[in-house]
Design a protein around this ligand. Structure first.
Ligand code: SAH
Ligand code: SF4
Ligand code: F3S
Length: 459
């Protein structure tokens, strides 16, 4: 079997795609790079907003056309596969195999019988399963929990992924060891709400550590960089900020979604915190890590949001001074309380507010990024950048950065770079050695000559 996977959605879906891919390979499949080469195409779907659902619809439409021309099996997994909406789409586009987020290990059976395998309850074996590390990559994701116990009124995730189940710390550390052995330098711990790690009933009974203690444990493993996503403010404790500050491997980057700066809107979203409480967490983070990089998620145009409510979001943005933000227009999702009970705002009101928020975000990101001008940053370079002769990667603070290749730094690795220019979205720099001296550039070397230059050992 030649299989090809297409992934939409968040990092949790990327992790799941990797896991299913490793299952497929262990069943004897060859993974191929394009739909045209494949006889099985598996689409990992997202249902969080209308747009990703539309994308899945048009992709499945295209795959149905191809099925009419040649033998092709089409599968659908992920969040949309779990919903009635998704099953209707699957029927319409003649999807052969359906796999729910809780039954990823059943892909073999599902393929054999061309059936649907799904389940909201994550099977124990899924938590115990350690997928093989990604090949030749310096970055990896590591799922520490599945599902979500919150009930934000706009959000479909608790319906698609079910209640929260934390993974056993021993499994997490074992998976981490296998990543480190494979040469991974940066690990991102994943969960819908990592601050609530260990809070679910099973985890409490079994005496799992708190998220702060898990960070400390992971930090002792020898990994060079630890990041995590996402944090829910309701479960944030000052101990998490303290653990981050005292654990050198943990990057001082916090993604703490606020969604709105208005208490009235936060109540209607059922976010379980107030503006004041949120700001007190930001103060704790800044107290322990004065230089922390702060990111957030914001929804504009939630039903009933007035101009005054929106002004509260803008003023909160100024009060925190975020480095970056993911900004979304409210998208009514069938099956959520806000879809059922609230009236959607007119499209032009929502887009006009988004435009104003983007202006604010750009101003702050420009100002925040400018503070790095001239500083030396540790950079994890992934590989070739779009511009020829350059490498791209990111800093500990998660800023994307581009640097020209230099002697001893021709390919992916962990290096140091001095920042020479900044924009609201990017940093640009030059590679430097341990004493801060720029590494010599390679102006006239072709690819073959460049390959002869021995890279410096990775840090
Ligand atoms: N568990 C994470 C977020 C998961 S969804 C958390 O609570 O932080 C990622 C982001 O999508 C959310 O933070 C929210 O900003 C956005 N989002 C979720 N549902 C949405 C909807 N119906 N319309 C618009 N944005 C939405
Ligand atoms: Fe959705 Fe809220 Fe859970 Fe995040 S915490 S996944 S926004 S219900
Ligand atoms: Fe989308 Fe599911 Fe992630 S709805 S954002 S893929 S948890």
């Amino acid at each position: 079997m030649r299989a090809h996977m297409i992934t939409y959605g968040c990092q949790m879906n990327e992790y799941d795609s990797h896991l299913v891919q490793s299952q497929l390979v262990s069943l004897g499949a060859d993974m191929v790079d394009s739909v045209d080469e494949a006889d099985f195409v598996l689409v990992n779907t997202c249902a969080v907003r209308g747009k990703p659902v539309d994308k899945v619809r048009s992709l499945l439409g295209e795959l149905r056309r191809q099925k009419a021309l040649r033998p092709l099996v089409v599968g659908m997994m992920g969040c949309l596969a779990q919903l009635e909406e998704g099953q209707q789409i699957a029927r319409k586009f003649e999807v052969d195999v359906l796999l729910g987020p809780g039954s990823l290990l059943d892909i073999g059976q599902a393929l054999e019988s061309h059936e649907r395998f799904w389940g909201l309850q994550f099977k124990e074996e899924l938590h115990d399963h350690i997928p093989p590390p990604p090949v030749g990559k310096l970055q990896a994701h590591l799922t520490i929990m599945r599902g979500c116990d919150h009930h934000c009124t706009y959000c479909i995730v608790p319906t698609t992924r079910g209640p929260q189940v934390s993974r056993h710390p021993d499994q997490i550390l074992r998976e981490l060891d296998s990543l480190l052995e494979a040469g991974v330098k940066e690990v991102t711990l994943l969960g819908q709400n990592v601050n609530a790690y260990g809070f679910d009933a099973g985890a409490k009974l079994a005496g799992y550590p708190s998220f702060a203690d898990l960070l400390r444990m992971v930090g002792r493993s020898g990994v060079q960089r630890v990041k995590f996503t996402t944090s829910h403010p309701m479960n944030f404790t000052e101990d998490v900020a303290a653990a981050m500050a005292e654990t050198p491997a943990v990057c001082q980057f916090v993604h703490l979604p606020v969604q709105s700066g208005s208490d009235r809107v936060l109540r209607r979203m059922a976010r379980e915190y107030s503006r004041e409480k949120y700001l007190s967490h930001i103060a704790e983070i800044k107290k322990h890590m004065p230089d922390a990089v702060l990111a957030t998620d914001i929804i504009v145009g939630f039903p009933g949001e007035t101009e005054e409510d929106f002004q509260d979001t803008l003023s909160l943005y100024d009060e925190v001074g975020y480095d970056s933000a993911y900004m979304f227009i409210y998208s009514p999702r069938p099956g959520t309380p806000s879809y059922k009970h609230f009236q959607d705002l007119p499209r032009d009101v929502k887009t006009e507010r988004l435009q104003r928020l983007i202006v604010k975000q750009k101003e702050w990101s420009a100002r925040r990024n400018a503070r790095f001008q001239g500083t030396v940053q540790e950079v994890l370079l992934r590989g070739d950048a779009y511009s020829e002769g350059s490498l791209e990667g990111h800093t500990r603070g998660n800023h994307p950065i581009v640097v020209p290749k230099a002697l001893g730094a021709l390919s992916a690795g962990l290096y140091h770079a001095r920042v020479t220019a900044t924009t609201p979205h990017m940093l640009y720099g030059e590679l430097v050695d341990a004493s801060g001296e720029p590494l010599p550039l390679l102006p006239h070397l072709g690819p073959e000559a460049a390959a002869l230059v021995t890279p410096l050992p990775m840090m």
